[in-house]
Design a protein around this ligand. Structure first.
Ligand code: TRP
Length: 360
């Protein structure tokens, strides 16, 4: 069986370093591993509209931002198919058939949907499209017969829901769909990078993100103002590493080489942590180190972004080409699905002959 990757992001804002360690970096590694037959990366504009119905302009503006972030991280349109969800009408059609295989109570139990309903104050008036987006996400994944979906931890319930739909479809109509596996980040800090304010998640509305497109000055300013251990008041005080964003970021980003290069008094992160916990290590020193580490990681991304920014029409062209290629694949799957469901009436000669017999 072919090894196929599909994943994507809602274009509701620029991507930040949480997206980067949580999934973008891994995608580029997977892409460059050469182990996958096909890689589809989707800008999920239709899904973004499920909770932004009254603000389509936000989605429209952010498609290019996400595309630029993808390309600047090293996603390569000659190796990965980058496309826009709403350009693939087959996804909507698949969703419509999958809806019959999912119950309302099953959707109500989906932990991610539950959490998002609370977060958006949708309790009393949930848009139907939003409520059913896990079904549309199953269409996204299955349309491309994806075998692997690299995502953040919050997407686990979506993949589980997809697997259930696949099993149900295949058992009711016959094998047509592929059950995907999920691939989560392997480092705990990468699973959910906290905001610069120490809150559990980076989020634009909390204003606690470091964006991939931030200038070096912005990044430095954000790092120097980062949340650490509120009880670590003087350098001599023992500090806490747990729940200290600066150390969580170092867990996610620092490598042994960084110590050699920028902080050679220490061999590794563990030594730095031990010193911090013992007392005598100031926040500023740790933050300056984090700044160097992060700048090194972000610099090539920034440079690539500058290149692509010079030719924005070409970026749209990349998405157009990708969408055309993606549509072909989705169309094949849809045809397959309709054949299995026996709703391919006009190509079903058995059906036509059988009906003709009946009326002879
Ligand atoms: N739900 C994902 C997010 O919020 C975006 C997404 C849409 C997606 N369709 C997908 C991710 C299919 C993986 C596979 O980030």
């Amino acid at each position: 069986m072919s090894k196929i990757i599909l994943t994507g992001d809602r274009p509701t804002g620029k991507l930040h370093v949480g997206h980067y360690v949580g999934s973008l970096k891994r995608r580029v590694e997977l892409q460059n591993s050469g182990e996958y037959d096909k890689i589809f990366i989707m800008i999920a504009d239709a899904q973004a509209l499920t909770d932004n119905a009254d603000n389509p302009e936000k989605i429209r503006q952010n498609i290019i931002e996400v595309a630029l972030d993808y390309l600047s991280c090293g996603l390569d349109p000659t190796k990965s198919t980058l496309f826009i969800q709403s350009m693939i009408p087959q996804l909507t059609e698949l969703s419509f058939y999958y809806m019959n295989l999912v119950t309302v109570s099953r959707l109500q139990r989906n932990p991610t949907v539950k959490a998002e309903i609370l977060m958006r104050n949708f309790e009393t008036s949930i848009p139907v499209g939003f409520f059913t987006y896990p079904i549309s996400q199953a269409a996204d994944i299955t349309a491309f017969k994806a075998t692997l979906v690299p995502v953040g931890e919050d997407q686990l319930p979506m993949i589980e829901q997809t697997r259930e739909i696949v099993r149900k479809f295949n058992s009711v109509y016959g094998e047509a769909l592929v059950e995907p596996d999920v691939l989560l980040p392997d480092n705990k800090a990468c699973l959910r990078l906290p905001g610069t304010d120490g809150k559990s998640k980076m989020s634009k509305s909390l204003n606690n993100c470091i964006y991939l497109s931030d200038t070096p000055e912005d990044v430095k300013k954000k790092i120097m103002g980062m949340y650490t251990d509120p009880d670590h008041l003087r350098v001599e005080d023992p500090g806490k590493v747990e729940g200290n964003s600066v150390f969580t970021y170092l867990d996610a980003f620092s490598k042994p080489e960084h110590f050699e290069r920028y902080l050679s008094d220490y061999n590794c992160l563990e030594e730095l942590k031990v010193h911090y916990m013992r007392g005598g290590l100031g926040d500023v020193k740790v933050k300056k180190f984090l700044n160097l580490v992060l700048q090194e990681e972000l610099e090539p991304i920034r440079l690539r972004r500058k290149e692509y920014e010079k030719d924005i029409p070409e970026v749209y062209n990349i998405l157009k080409k990708g969408s055309e290629a993606a549509e072909k694949v989705a169309a094949e799957t849809l045809a397959d699905v309709k054949r299995k469901m026996k709703i391919n009436y006009f190509e079903d000669m058995d059906l036509i002959n059988e009906q003709a017999q009946k009326y002879r």
